[in-house]
Design a protein around this ligand. Structure first.
Ligand code: SF4
Length: 447
């Protein structure tokens, strides 16, 4: 890349780029912690430059430059194509002191002479525009070779009252099907066997281009790509899961019968306050349809607990849903109070200890659901995809080499794993018999 070499350890680098997330408090804290840790290396003379990119810098660019003096340049969700030029400049000891986000590029103060000229040039040429929904083929993948995320669009047209994402990432822009097929072909050629489709709202794919929901057509096109064996859909918006999509989940052998459908809540007053555009009855109809139309489907969802005004009754409805519907996978998050969102102005904050207790109760129920499902799988044969070598087989009672694998019901990085005995390559599919349970995970041996 333009004479630059990528190294994995910041201590071996001349210049570091920290990619940030900034949509809820915990993500912001983690990002700031990382910036401070890398900034320390700069203070100690190990690094010559520190550039911060991504959502946090889109949201708080000026503050980052002002409050963390180790940071040389800040880029929002903009075009990164000239980052190499900036890095080269910093690696040679140059000073950029530059902020560039969709509010436009500008100097953050302190840049003079050639540095000011470069900063101005970069800011003018790359500033002001949101990242376009183009091919991401040139990105560096950090995931194992077995799977790859495939971002099918950028931005979101919804206005959920708790969410800062539309204000950070802008309106929905779908990538063309041909672009995504080309990306999938290239990924398959590097050994990727599973595509994990992501977007802010994957079921809205295509709406910005043709006013049509084109996710089913995209799934058809991607399943024609040689080498791709599994395709998984994350971030489906509840009331836009249409029969054309469930048909693919059921009938297309490459589309795994799994869906991630973040419902956020189930009580109608909460759904209304969150501006989710659906009632409890509508969400239930969709959840029931998934079970009816796709036999054996694994359904993942996420809840937000402690939204302003959440009553005991609202929470009871969430508990009841967890008990009755038995989501195969479930994530539960405390409400995060985000400035700039409509919910920020709402009264009725739920005390932290109440939120923590509510989350505990839901997680306990969810654990019981997963344990019951896991127990029912022992003795069955499943097709697994291998991700990587097992770091410590003895820790789960396996003697001998093993790998970390997944079933169709497990999205990488967020769901459960299967600890599979034997040596297998990343990306290999193995028919395996489930031999036992290790907390949330399963144990297996090749059939
Ligand atoms: S659909 Fe998702 S990304 Fe879009 S506003 Fe709602 S929570 Fe945010």
């Amino acid at each position: 890349m333009q004479g630059l070499e990528i190294v994995r350890d910041p201590e071996d680098a001349d210049v570091a780029v920290v990619n940030t997330c900034g949509f809820i408090d915990s993500a912001k804290e983690e990002s700031i912690q990382t910036i401070l840790e890398v900034g320390r290396l700069k203070t100690e003379g190990e690094l010559r430059g520190l550039v911060v990119v991504g959502c946090l810098s889109q949201r708080y660019g000026d503050e980052l430059r002002r409050d963390i003096p180790e940071v040389d340049a800040v880029l929002g969700i903009t075009d990164y194509s000239r980052v190499p030029q900036l890095l080269d400049h910093l690696a040679r000891g140059g000073d950029a002191r530059w902020v560039n986000d969709t509010k436009g590029g500008h100097l953050a103060g302190g840049a003079e002479g050639a540095a000011a000229q470069l900063a101005q040039e970069l800011a003018t040429e790359t500033g002001g525009e949101l990242k376009t929904a183009d091919s991401d083929l040139t990105r560096m993948r950090l995931t194992p070779s077995s799977f790859s995320y495939l971002r099918i669009g950028e931005g979101c047209d919804h206005t959920c009252t708790f969410c800062a994402i539309p204000s950070i990432r802008g309106k929905q822009r779908s990538k063309p099907i041909a672009t995504l097929v080309a990306e999938a072909e290239t990924l398959a050629a590097t050994g990727v066997r599973e595509l994990v489709l992501v977007a802010e709202d994957s079921t809205a794919y295509g709406m910005d281009q043709e006013r049509k929901r084109l996710l089913p057509q995209l799934l058809d096109a991607l399943s024609e790509v040689d080498g791709i064996e599994w395709i998984r859909v994350l971030y489906a918006y509840p009331h836009t899961v249409r029969p054309e999509l469930t048909e693919r989940l059921r009938d297309n052998p490459k589309v795994v019968p799994y869906i991630d459908i973040p419902i956020q809540h189930i009580s109608t007053p909460m759904l209304q306050a969150m501006k989710r555009g659906v009632s409890k009855e509508q969400v239930m109809r969709i959840l029931d349809r998934l079970r009816d139309e796709v036999p054996g489907i694994a359904v993942r969802s996420t809840y937000i607990v402690g939204f302003p005004g959440e009553t005991d009754q609202d929470f009871e409805e969430l508990l009841e849903l967890t008990r009755d519907y038995r989501f195969e996978r479930l994530g539960v998050f405390p409400y995060s109070h985000e400035e700039g969102t409509p919910a920020y102005e709402l009264q009725g904050a739920v005390p932290e200890d109440v939120v923590a207790e509510r989350i505990r109760q839901i997680m306990e129920l969810s654990k019981q659901n997963i344990e019951a499902r896991n127990a029912s799988l022992v003795g069955q044969t499943m097709r697994l995809i291998v991700d990587h070598e097992h770091p410590d087989p003895a820790s789960v009672g396996l003697s001998g080499p093993a790998v970390v694998a997944r079933s169709f019901a497990d999205a990488p990085e967020i769901d459960c794993s299967v600890h599979l005995l034997g040596s297998h390559r990343s990306g290999e599919f193995v028919e395996a018999r489930i031999t036992g349970v290790a907390e949330y995970d399963l144990l297996a041996e090749p059939q």
